[in-house]
Design a protein around this ligand. Structure first.
Ligand code: C2E
Ligand code: SIN
Ligand code: SIN
Ligand code: FE
Ligand code: FE
Length: 365
């Protein structure tokens, strides 16, 4: 009845609208379609542009299916923008029986409805299989209903896909950039990973909330990304740097900031802060801007401690690894000079955890 139908629509559209996980939205859409038109199964097909394929991840009863553009029933519907109703799939040359063969399922009736984003471009299709009522096939009424479901759900789907893409893109960029930093200086291969973990422990110890600590863990590995622009001869020089060479190296903070700034995205702008501020000092004697105290972002103050702890712990082309007592002495000495005193206090409190990370992520040559 139309009451039940409205109930289904209200229930599902409310759930779909408040969902930010792409896979959850697809499952909800498939369930909504199935219930609205009383089909046995329902799938939501999406477009994979990079592979020129259509794919469905949450078809009821089957795992991922992929078909090349323009092929099959769904390919035809997406190409032409027209819905397709089929009474018996095995009488239709476009039907691909591979999946039935694989799964032992018998496809009979099919209805396929393409759906569009807010700009009217086709972004996928609804496909329901096997009508459950006695007549056994889908009707014009089913077409109307599934089209309605598609128009409700298509809009939410698009915004979820955009959100997902933004998050994925940021993660990928950050991971790729962190790896570039690692490749540059092989002898400190795990440096960026250790700094990430140290920063995380220090952030939690300082009382930052878990999501902020997680942001810092993701972005602190990028603190030295600006070193990609520093010539090898300087960066990997075995001995002491001349003043001029040191000035060149110091530019890695500005360069890193240049690379990352200007983004409104949360992760990238946090990464830009860390790249720029990790060599600032609490007493204002650091670089590149000579900021002091609270003017240095907390992410910068934390990464400074994590970075120096790691630099001193490890052997570098220009120095031997320091024994722990000497490192501790430096942090006591520089508390309130180079480093935020609160961060140093947390450093000493959390030292056992930091040492555990250090030995777990040790450089195996
Ligand atoms: P890095 O090796 O990651 O070192 C990061 C920071 O750890 C340094 O920032 C410094 O604050 C601290 N640190 C590292 N080694 C020592 C040390 O032997 N004594 C003390 N007191 N602190 C140390 P800084 O000085 O701004 O250096 C930035 C980057 O410049 C370094 O990153 C490294 O890539 C490069 N660098 C610095 N000095 C030399 C050098 O003498 N030779 C070469 N080849 N590179 C250097
Ligand atoms: C398709 O629409 O091409 C796949 C589903 C089927 O043919 O049964
Ligand atoms: C890095 O591994 O990106 C930093 C290398 C270094 O600090 O010398
Ligand atoms: Fe640095
Ligand atoms: Fe570093």
């Amino acid at each position: 009845t139309s009451d039940q139908l409205l109930k289904i629509i209200f229930e599902y559209t409310a759930k779909i609208a408040s969902e930010t996980q792409l896979n959850r939205v697809l499952v909800l859409m498939a369930n909504m379609g199935r219930e609205m038109i009383l089909s046995d199964r329902c799938a939501v097909w999406l477009i994979d542009e990079t592979r020129s394929e259509l794919y469905t991840t949450v078809a009821h009863g089957v795992s991922e299916i992929r078909v090349p553009y323009g092929t099959g029933i769904v390919g035809t519907a997406v190409d032409t923008g027209e819905s397709i109703i089929i009474k018996d799939a095995y009488n239709d040359p476009r039907h691909n029986a591979d999946n039935d063969r694989k799964t032992g399922y018998h496809t009979k009736s099919i209805i396929t409805v393409p759906f569009r984003n807010n700009d009217g471009e086709i972004i996928g299709a609804y496909q329901a299989v096997n009508k459950l009522t006695e007549i056994g096939y889908f009707t014009e009424r089913d077409l109307e209903l599934l089209t309605l479901a598609a128009s409700y759900a298509g809009k939410s789907l698009e915004s979820v896909m955009l959100h997902q893409e933004i998050v994925d893109t940021q993660r990928e960029i950050i991971r790729a950039m962190g790896e570039i930093g690692e490749i540059r200086s092989k002898e400190t291969g795990n440096h960026v990973k250790r700094v990430a973990e140290y920063s995380y422990v220090l952030a939690l110890g300082l009382g930052l909330d878990a999501s902020e600590a997680e942001v810092l863990r993701t972005v602190s590995p990028m603190h030295d990304i600006g070193k990609v622009a520093i010539p090898d001869a300087v960066l990997n020089k075995p001995g002491k740097l001349t003043d001029e060479e040191y000035e060149i190296i110091k530019s890695h903070t500005r360069i890193g900031h240049q690379l990352l700034k200007g983004s409104k995205r949360k992760l990238l702008s946090a990464a830009a802060i860390v790249a720029e501020q990790h060599h600032e000092k609490w007493n204002g004697q650091g670089y590149p801007n000579g900021l002091s105290g609270d003017d240095i972002h907390i992410y910068g103050r934390i990464t400074a401690v994590a970075d120096v702890f790691d630099a001193l712990s490890a052997e570098r082309v220009y120095k031997a690894a320091w024994p722990l007592e000497k490192i501790e002495a430096l942090f006591r000495e520089e508390r309130g000079r180079h480093f935020d005193p609160d961060v140093v206090d947390v450093f000493f409190r959390e030292l056992p955890k930091l040492l555990e990370i250090r030995s777990r992520l040790t450089d195996l040559d």
